[in-house]
Design a protein. Structure first.
Length: 76
């Protein structure tokens, strides 16, 4: 799910929750999964449709806030 689309859907209350998980390709990077109100999961991606990963969870927390959620779960 591209970030711009996720933000627009978040304004409509489309997201149920968010999860931050360790990236399978690198144990030092994290990515975000969003779950919609119909219990489907989406990986948060940039505008080039590449998954957004970072080694700083705080950066992902800001992205989660931008899609309209205030809480998330971290999976180690």
């Amino acid at each position: 799910m591209k970030l711009n689309e996720a933000i627009e859907l978040g304004k409509e209350g489309h997201w149920q929750d968010a999860q931050i998980r360790i990236s399978p390709g690198s144990l030092n990077h994290w990515f975000v999964m969003l779950r919609d109100t119909q219990y489907k999961f989406f990986v948060l991606a940039d505008n080039e449709d590449l998954s957004i990963t970072t080694d700083h969870i705080n950066e992902l927390a800001q992205l989660i806030r931008s899609v309209g959620l205030k809480e998330f779960t971290v999976y180690l």
